[in-house]
Ligand binder design. Structure first.
Ligand code: PGA
Length: 252
């Protein structure tokens, strides 16, 4: 059984004070998480302070991006060893906003994944099709390409160190959620591609999160699906009450 993972991606929201207040509040509400992992991804400026606020709690800090080089003349970028040094444990890689607005190709995503793994950061590797791709019946081809190219040269023994996030681009921030059947269908496909590219044992251990307009009222039905093992939450992760309600999901 895969341990569920619920992650909030705050994108470009929250000051240091707002981030730390949220982190403390959340850690106080969930002093012990026996059957799920919870992650929050503040902006870089708040990462170190959030990591400190979460120390000793069962909630972990994540970054929203990284650069693949360890150091160098890359103005404005942040490396994996810098993230590890700040207390960060997870990193979101290949989010669709990075892909569409900031030029993250599958090849760059692959370099970022390998950099994260080198420094023992757990990647949350995002993939997903656009509306045009879904309407052109290309969803599975796109997902397979993103997986193959993204995981290029990553040894099979490292696959279980990843989390995957399936985020249909048309469902992000739009209020449109994929139906649970649509999501489960793609999640099952992802698990099959991982099995073909690597092996069944490793593929069976990878949490596959769903992302795109996850809310307190749809998390339960998503989490019932056999291949949905968590959620990557944007908008609803900015509000403590709604994120806490998502973290508390009941899939029994
Ligand atoms: P949303 O964002 O929950 O606001 O749709 C999800 C994401 O971008 O990860």
């Amino acid at each position: 059984m895969i341990r569920p993972l619920i992650a909030a991606n705050w994108k470009m929201h929250k000051t240091i004070t707002e981030s730390v207040d949220f982190a403390r509040d959340l850690a106080g509400r969930f002093p012990e998480l026996k059957d799920r992992d919870v992650v929050i991804a503040p902006p870089f400026t708040a990462l170190s302070a959030v990591a400190q606020a979460l120390r000793g709690s069962s909630i972990f800090p994540a970054a929203q991006n990284l650069h693949w080089e360890d150091q160098g003349a890359y103005t404005g970028e942040i490396s994996a060893p810098m993230l590890a040094d700040s207390g960060c444990r997870y990193v979101i890689i290949g989010h669709s906003e990075r892909r569409t607005l900031f030029g993250d190709t599958n090849e760059r995503v692959n370099r970022k994944l390998r950099a994260a793994l080198r420094y023992d950061l757990k990647p949350i590797f995002c993939i997903g099709e656009t509306l045009a791709e879904r309407e052109a019946a290309q969803t599975f081809d796109i997902i397979e390409k993103q997986l193959k190219e993204g995981l290029n040269n990553i040894p099979t023994s490292d696959i279980r160190r990843l989390a995957l996030a399936y985020e249909p681009v048309w469902a992000i921030g739009t209020g449109k959620t994929a139906t649970t059947e649509q999501a489960q269908e793609v999640h099952e496909f992802i698990r099959n591609v991982l099995t073909t590219l690597h092996d069944r044992d490793q593929a069976a251990q990878v949490p596959i999160l769903y992302g795109g307009s996850v809310k307190p009222d749809n998390i339960g039905t998503l989490m019932i699906q056999p291949d949905i093992n968590g959620a990557l939450v944007g908008g609803a992760g900015l509000d403590i009450e709604s994120f806490a309600a998502i973290v508390r999901f009941d899939n029994t």
